[in-house]
Design a protein around this ligand. Sequence first.
Ligand code: ZN
Length: 248
Amino acid sequence: MNHLCDQRVMGAKRFAKGFGTRAVSTLLNDPSRLSGGSVVGRRNKPFKWILMGAVMALGLLVQACAPQQAPQESCNFMMSSDQQRISWGPQTPAVLYVDSSVPAEFFDSIRSAVEHWNQSVGREVLKIGGWTNSYPNENQDGVNVIYWRKNSWPDNKDKQAVTTIYWAADRLFEADIRINDVNFDYFSGPTPIANRVDFESLILHELGHVLGLSHQEVGASVMAMRLENAVLRRTPSQKDINDVKCEY
Ligand SMILES: [Zn+2]
């Protein structure tokens, strides 16, 4: 039964930034997919009743282990299947390591973006764990890492970065960021450079995903999906600040 509960509420999602469409959610075992009647209707009768019984039993189990919490406002956060904001909760600061593949010229941009989110919340919700080559596994390994991809980019070439978050129930437990240096060029420092993307604006956006935020296009949100060349968007908007303070 516990195993069922765990499965129902675990998930992973990839956010891709750039000019492409949003990555498809890979939420595992969404209970809404278990309760549909249309599949049942196509079966022969005995099988139909067995299947309906199984679905109902599964529904009861799911209901029995669902937390009794009132639905929350999203505040632009990812939402769990029981309508709770998905975040690190009290497990802050979330510690991120910077892989040694990330060029040193961008260290200050990462520090600055982390500091902007911490200032927005009013306390330390993100922390740099250090620069390291100890965590080369870009998949789920229990460590939050920023990677720099300069030789190969497996995703759509229009995406500047991909952030993958992992959660169980409504708690994040891992986030990894990959930067696409194959198809884009970046700049640091105060002066925009034509035909290059502002790395600090990009990493600020990706760190918003690390905190649990989704995309939004209202106002001057740093969570807007598109980031054009030479555009500086290095400060969370008032809406971004209000959103993140809903949870932290
Ligand atoms: Zn994004």
